[in-house]
Design a protein around this ligand. Structure first.
Ligand code: GLV
Ligand code: MG
Length: 313
């Protein structure tokens, strides 16, 4: 291990984050009883300019009035981007009026660390002025070429940061990738055209103790495509995925919960290595495969994820 060991962010189970336009009160009410670990009330791209003010009011009311924690949910509000005139009032109204009930603020289109710094400074001032005891966390969406170019610096931008998300739709637009779909594979590309971006973001997150989360998959009529996108992400270290429709929640929960066989195997790895250690050996074999201290770390990741999920449910 390096002597440099960044402190991990607060741990939370985040297998699925349901996106809910804050302009739609019925959808907000329904989301309170869904099975997603996180719900984000959107003030940004799912809300038309004419509805922004009312959506902000709805979000404040929902954060205050619904017992999100009691329903096992982390409640998040996605504010408008720093390039809009909505953003300052999103933060100030929301946090002054509902900050003591809000878990995280979601910042879209983060381009460099200063974007996070500004929100952190505002949160710090409002929390102090209002005497809030909770510290609101920050999640940031990496969805522009600038954001991806600065992803390592963004990952270190604030102790409030807990997660980075890959926003494939804006990322496609920003990079002029040849698609008009939100996520999914382009058959012209031999493989997964999002591999580099997601992998780069995962590395930045893991280096600095954050959770890497994958964003939307737009084709709600293609559950198989959604499931495959979850699996590709999980293979790279992604910890959870957005649902833009309630039908996607169960699939994300399934893929991002370690399967029973994997947990059982992880326990066997740890047991075999414990036995080997008692015999003074660092490595062992299990089912014909070599296992060593790195296998123990992989196994511990699986066991810890399973325990956190079990503790939550
Ligand atoms: C999410 O905001 C995206 O652009 O994919
Ligand atoms: Mg976006």
């Amino acid at each position: 291990m390096s002597f440099t060991q960044p402190k991990p962010a607060r741990q939370r189970v985040q297998r699925c984050e349901l996106a809910v336009p804050a302009s739609n009160v019925k959808m907000i009410e329904k989301s309170a009883d869904c099975d997603a670990d996180f719900v984000f009330l959107d003030l940004e791209d799912a809300v038309a300019p004419g509805d922004k003010v009312q959506a902000r009011k709805n979000a404040i009311e929902a954060v205050n009035d619904i017992d999100w924690a009691g329903k096992g949910k982390t409640i998040v509000v996605r504010i408008n981007g720093l390039d809009t005139h909505y953003m300052y009032r999103d933060v100030i109204d929301l946090v002054e009026q509902a900050g003591n009930k809000l878990d995280t603020i979601f910042i879209p289109k983060v381009g460099d660390p200063a974007d996070v710094y500004m929100v952190d400074a505002l949160l710090t001032q409002i929390e102090e002025a209002k005497g809030f005891e909770n510290k609101i966390a920050i999640e940031a969406i990496i969805e522009t070429a600038l954001g991806m170019a600065n992803v390592e610096a963004i990952a270190q931008s604030s102790p409030r940061l807990e997660a980075l998300h890959f926003g494939v739709a804006d990322y496609s637009a920003s990079n002029r990738a040849r698609t008009v779909n939100i996520g999914g594979l382009n058959p012209d590309y031999p493989g997964d055209q999002w591999h580099f971006a997601i992998s780069r973001m995962v590395v930045a997150c893991r280096a600095y103790g954050l959770r890497p989360i994958d964003g939307p998959f737009g084709d709600i009529k293609d559950p198989e495509g959604y499931m495959l996108a979850c699996r590709r992400g999980a293979a790279l270290g992604i910890e959870g995925k957005w649902a833009i429709h309630p039908s996607q929640i169960e699939m994300a929960n399934e893929v991002f919960s370690p399967p029973e066989e994997e947990v059982a195997k992880a326990h066997r790895i740890l047991e075999e290595l414990e036995k080997a250690a008692k015999e003074g050996k660092g490595a062992a074999t299990l089912d014909g495969k070599m296992i060593d201290a790195a296998s123990a770390k992989m196994a511990e990741n699986v066991v810890r994820a399973a325990e956190a999920i079990a503790a939550k449910s």
